[in-house]
Write a protein that binds this ligand. Structure first.
Ligand code: SF4
Ligand code: SF4
Length: 175
């Protein structure tokens, strides 16, 4: 079943039910862009893996740019249509019909609390990297309530807001 939630994961919706529905593994994008080893080491220090959490990869509404989709297609051998759909015109990761999780999440369960690992971790979209940082309606970066372990993450900075605003701009201009 495809997710019917139209909200976009880079922005915190006001008044939307707070079930986990956002992307995964926030880090400092510049560091992660430069080397997988740094990325993996940072990932171990985040709560996601130690807590066995994959909540934000489930019923995902994660948007991605065309460039990110092309990279994923090249790395996986899939067609872009195999892992994306258009959510109000925005290219968005597709959920698996049985697990109701992102098609790239390695999991056999549709339970939100079940284990799962990202199979495209090194090339996951930027929104996946920055979560649980999201923008509120005042364009401030906040920790999203949909992340059950958000209190274990550092409070987002103004620079984090700029990263998300830039991402949102790119996504909107691709519509
Ligand atoms: S919901 Fe939070 S703790 Fe869980 S995988 Fe996503 S970012 Fe990590
Ligand atoms: S690409 Fe990976 S990190 Fe992003 S939602 Fe899918 S499984 Fe989660």
């Amino acid at each position: 079943m495809q997710d019917s939630n139209p909200r976009r994961r880079v922005r915190s919706p006001s008044g939307y039910p707070g079930y986990p529905n956002r992307p995964y593994l926030p880090e400092m994008p510049p560091l992660l862009e430069e080397g997988g080893r740094i990325g993996r080491s940072m990932a171990r220090s985040l709560p996601c893996v130690p807590m066995g959490c994959s909540a934000c990869c489930r019923e995902t509404t994660m948007p991605l740019t065309k460039a990110e989709a092309s990279l994923l297609a090249r790395r996986t051998g899939l067609s872009v249509e195999d892992f994306t759909w258009r959510n109000n015109g925005i290219l968005t990761l597709l959920n698996n019909e049985e697990t109701r999780a992102c098609v790239f999440l390695l999991t056999s369960s549709s339970e939100v609390s079940a284990d799962g690992m990202c199979s495209v971790y090194e090339v996951r979209p930027q929104g996946c990297r920055t979560y649980p940082n999201v923008l509120n309606h005042e364009d401030k970066a906040i920790l999203d309530e949909g992340c059950p372990h958000r209190h274990r993450f550092p409070e987002p900075s103004d620079d984090d807001a700029v990263v998300l605003l830039n991402l949102e701009e790119r996504l909107l201009h691709e519509e």
